[in-house]
Design a protein around this ligand. Structure first.
Ligand code: DAH
Length: 367
């Protein structure tokens, strides 16, 4: 009896003395493992007379469960200690200055993307997305460009064979514009609709102002009584905010897109000299985007009754906006992954875009 009390005290002291998981596990095996001390004592009882066996059995079982629970407590204590040690090692001191050799950069395309989302976000637009690999229905047909429509030739499309069909009309495309997101949005929700859809687009084209992969942002507004005046007001507010100017001359030239009627291209006023392009002043014009009132056929394809609802849409090139706003001459350099280029034209993560804090420079720049 006294022996067992002593033994318990001894064992508990051993448990307390353990300082890491490895030692803990060794001790667990030594005490309560299959060949452990307590297990051996339990086995050793077989030679005792029955009464003593019962008494001893009880005591040893109580001892075993006390030791087990002490071991468990110890295990939890060690686990917490280990976690705390790990957390202490991984602590980040956010007040330390940025290490210049470790500065990552935000790509100008990502920057413009954020700026455009910040501007339209404040106007109440949601961001919508669609797949890069599209079917011809969403990329063309539903946008009022049936098979053999001449406008399909305007876009040098990359086609992807459909493993389930030999028919060319069933082949997929990598989307040639972000306009299919208009259709996907109409399919998914009822008006009022107010979305922008930024994303990657693809065409077989390559020179200083064209790359096979580029970025566009699409806009779509559908509601009752929407007119061209809404389109003009919305886009005027956008270009002012985007170029961070109080006023900017704009004009709309009649144009043609199959998915809008009427269609227009929007120009902004600028001054072009041999060495400089100054936006917002001067007598020259720069085309900035395509737009128009959503064609009734497009509304119908999206399941919306054109007698009840109208809308406007617009589409523009994000990379082109980046070239204009940040004076980057060659589009191809955008996608060369040259860190020297990125260091020069990129933005620090602190330069996040906000309509209230600053669009292209929020004052927190570390450049
Ligand atoms: N999808 C056109 C393109 O890639 C751009 C565009 C023009 C989109 C007019 C529109 C629009 O939504 O209304 O060239």
């Amino acid at each position: 009896m006294e022996n067992i009390e002593n033994l318990k005290a001894q064992m508990l002291a051993q448990v307390q003395g353990v300082s890491d998981m490895k030692a803990w596990d060794d001790l667990r095996v030594a005490l309560i493992g299959k060949k452990g001390q307590i297990t051996e004592l339990l086995k050793g009882m077989s030679s005792l007379p029955l009464e003593q066996k019962i008494e001893m059995g009880k005591k040893l079982n109580v001892l075993k469960s006390d030791i087990e629970s002490a071991l468990n407590d110890k295990k939890n204590e060690l686990a917490e200690k280990e976690l705390n040690a790990k957390l202490a090692l991984e602590t980040v001191d956010v007040t330390l200055p940025v290490r210049p050799e470790k500065q990552g950069r935000i790509h100008p395309v990502s920057k413009i993307y954020e700026e455009v989302v910040a501007i339209f976000g404040q106007m109440g637009f949601e961001v919508a997305e669609g797949p890069d690999i599209e079917d011809q229905f969403h990329n063309f047909n539903a946008l009022n460009m049936p098979a053999n429509h001449p406008a399909r030739q305007m876009q040098d499309t990359f086609y992807i064979p459909n493993p389930k069909s030999e028919d060319f009309d069933d082949s997929f495309v990598v989307r040639t514009h972000t306009s299919p997101v208009q259709i996907r949005t109409m399919e998914a929700k009822r008006p009022p609709i107010r979305i922008i859809a930024p994303g990657r687009t693809y065409r077989s084209d390559y020179d200083a102002t064209h790359t096979p992969m580029f970025h566009q942002v699409e806009g779509l507004v559908i509601d009752k009584n929407i007119t061209m005046a809404h389109l003009k007001g919305c886009l005027y507010d956008f270009v002012k905010a985007f170029f961070e100017l109080d006023d900017i001359p704009v004009r709309y030239r009649p144009s043609y897109f199959p998915f809008t009627e009427p269609s227009a291209e929007m120009d902004i006023g600028c001054l072009k000299t041999k060495t400089e392009l100054k936006i917002g002043a001067g007598t020259d014009w720069l085309e900035i985007l395509g737009c128009g009132m959503v064609h009734p056929n497009v509304l119908r394809a999206g399941g919306i009754d054109p007698d009840e609802y109208q809308g406007f849409a617009f589409g523009m090139g994000i990379d082109r906006l980046a070239m204009l706003k940040y004076g980057i001459p060659d589009l191809r350099t955008f996608f060369e992954s040259d860190v020297r280029w990125l260091k020069h034209y990129g933005f620090t993560p602190m330069d996040f875009s906000s309509m209230t804090g600053g669009l292209s420079d929020n004052g927190g720049s570390l450049r």
